[in-house]
Design a protein around this ligand. Sequence first.
Ligand SMILES: Cc1cc2nc3c(=O)[nH]c(=O)nc-3n(C[C@H](O)[C@H](O)[C@H](O)COP(=O)(O)OP(=O)(O)OC[C@H]3O[C@@H](n4cnc5c(N)ncnc54)[C@H](O)[C@@H]3O)c2cc1C
Length: 501
Amino acid sequence: MRDLSDTTVAVVGGGFGGLSSACYLADAGADVTLLEKNDQLGGRASRFERDGFKFDMGPSWYLMPDVFERFFDHFDRSPDDYYELEPLDPHYRMFFKDGDQVDARGDIDYMRDLFESYETGAGDRFEAYLEKSRDDYEVAMEEFVYEDRSRLRDWLDPSVARTAPVGLSLVGSMQSHVEKYVDHPKLQQILQYTLVFLGGSPQTTPAVYNIMSHVDFNLGVYYPDGGISAVVDGVVDMGDELGVTYETGSEVTGITRGPGAFRVETAGETYQPDRVVVNADYAHAEKELLPDHERQYDDDYWDSRTYAPSAFLMYLGVEGDVEPLAHHTLVLPNEWDDHFEQIFERPAWPDDPAYYLCVPSKTDDSVAPEGHSNLFVLVPLAPGLADGDQLREAYREKILADIAENTGVDLRDRIVVEEQFGVQDFGDRYNATEGTALGLAHTLRQTSLLRPSNRSSAVDGLYFTGSFTTPGVGVPMCLISGQHTAEALLEDMDADVPLAQ
Ligand SMILES: Cc1cc2nc3c(=O)[nH]c(=O)nc-3n(C[C@H](O)[C@H](O)[C@H](O)COP(=O)(O)OP(=O)(O)OC[C@H]3O[C@@H](n4cnc5c(N)ncnc54)[C@H](O)[C@@H]3O)c2cc1C
């Protein structure tokens, strides 16, 4: 493979995809400058600190530890060179709004009994579901996730034939797949809740994402001490060791081709790199940063995409403890079809929301002052939904009342720190199209090579990475996306694809 020591690369955006590709490219010898709009790195995995409370603003579930190990291992390092992991038990707690409560755990016998207690025979069927999930995970990760199949020709490889069982899972939906195993709505919800990580609904997400149950029950749920921002710090530090230059507070305003190099403009500087990797949201880059004739997709394309949900978030510093909430808690309506409908079909602030509560201070004393709890509330919302102070204020009251009613934890007189983040903020802070929290949803027509390509077909030397492209949404996927994008760039260099003209 080509040594990149005579190549300069600008990476636009400091989310996990950008940080990861910067590491791979610097490791290959390139002179890499990463330009980030905000004053901190991590993108949607930013951190917010006030009065001794430290909040992860975005991701909070550390899933797929195997992916993080493989990522650091490429650089002869390991995650524990940078942060410590704690396994969580329970993985999460679910409060159903009919008063029922269950814990999801990695103890498979416990889970088997739990399923059996709701439905005769469901214990065996849970195990069969999990076995299929494990098999699909192994094939899907090696053949579709680590193997970059973002072009049609990547699918003509003979090894794809052996993936037929996984390929078939692309055809059905998660809803029809789960129904084959369990009837009870709560059991279906336990197997489907992970879809919120993918930004889809059970009806529109392909059945192949049953692999998330293997991720959840077999691989486990972990907490990095200090929160996900400790993982950001780890990747940034490693990039530093590999020679990446970081420029924060540097919003890119245009990317054009100059003679022999690109021109990447920020308010104060013009960079002239040989190659450009864009980690900022793909739609933003195409619509706002590139000249029209150098775009691959027109406005109709972007308008017709299914964007993953946005979210209404409340970061709360609270006096006292918040028993019986677990580190991760989900509060679910008994029927969640209406909730998904109000996200995907008829956008509205959900009347009966499903939401997530994260209390990292259960595991980590460093994220809240003594005698206090650090809690954030995440309510998925339709992307592009009307947002504003009055709507938020009314919804805040509704959610705090809902939490009190369904979990028994009344936060209302105990909040000492509060900050909200919503649809508008995703747009303002991250240039997120329609304020999406997650990027493009993993619907069937937005999976694998049907996602926007990581290699521009309009401009040689221009690449994309992160949650809008392959393999998709979530911190582990974005780390892998960075690898694919760096490999695409290296492959083109090997093939002597010319520099920009
Ligand atoms: C609330 C929330 C909860 C989540 N929970 C989880 C979870 O528990 N586990 C999990 O694995 N994943 C979770 N995710 C998803 C995960 O955070 C994302 O998929 C991932 O972090 C996205 O990384 P990315 O590479 O796409 O870059 P992003 O994080 O989207 O970063 C892109 C960067 O580009 C910058 N940028 C934009 N425009 C410009 C410009 N013009 N110039 C310079 N810079 C620019 C932005 O400021 C941003 O920093 C969650 C996301 C959110 C929002």
